[in-house]
Design a protein around this ligand. Sequence first.
Ligand code: FE
Length: 210
Amino acid sequence: MPHDHHDHDHPHALLPPDPALRVKALETVLTRKGLIDPQALDAIIDTYENRIGPRNGADVVVRAWTDSAFKQALLQDATAVVSKLGYYGRQGEHMVVVENTDQTHNMIVCTLCSCYPWPLLGIPPAWYKSDAYRARAVREPRKVLSDFGVSLPEDTAIRVWDSTAEIRYLVLPQRPPGTEDMSRTDLMSLVTRDSMIGTGLARSPDKAGP
Ligand code: FE
C-alpha cells in the first residue's frame, strides 16, 4: 500500500515552534494530566524572590551577627544605619529592627495593606499580602508559624509588629549555632527572607559532607 510521506505529521510539529509557546503548551498538558502542580512552578519563582530580593537584608543581618557595635547601633537607629549602607526607603519611612532572642520571637505583618521593608527585602511574597496572613498573624501567630514549619518553645513569647507607611520592621534572626567559623558569604546564605519577616528561622549550616 502506497504511503505518502510528504504531508506526514511529524510528532514534533504538533507543538508551536516558538520555545515560549512550547513551554506554555507543555505546562498546560502536564498540569491537566496532574503531572505538575502550577504551585511548584510558583515555588521556583519564589526561590528567585527569596534568594535574589533580600540580599540587602541578609547583608545587614550578617553585619549585626559579626559586629556587636554595628548591632547596637542598628537596634537603636536602624534608619540611620541602613541609610549609611545605601538602603533607602523610597518614601523615607523609618526602619526598625527587632531582635529575636530565646525569650522573644518577632514577626512582622501589615494588617492594613502590605507595607514591607522593600529596600532590604525586595518584593513581598504573595502570602504576605494575603488576607489570611494579615488577619491570622495577629490573632494566632503561633499557628501561622507552625504553618511555616516553625515551632518555638512554649515559653518563647511571640511579638507581632504591624508595619505602617511610616514604620517598616525587619526581624534580626538568631544566629544559628555552629556558624562561628563561617565566612560572610556563607553566613548570608543562611539568612532567608522569611527569617527576616519572622515567619522562618535562619537556616542551620549544612551538616552534610566531611
Ligand atoms: Fe501596608
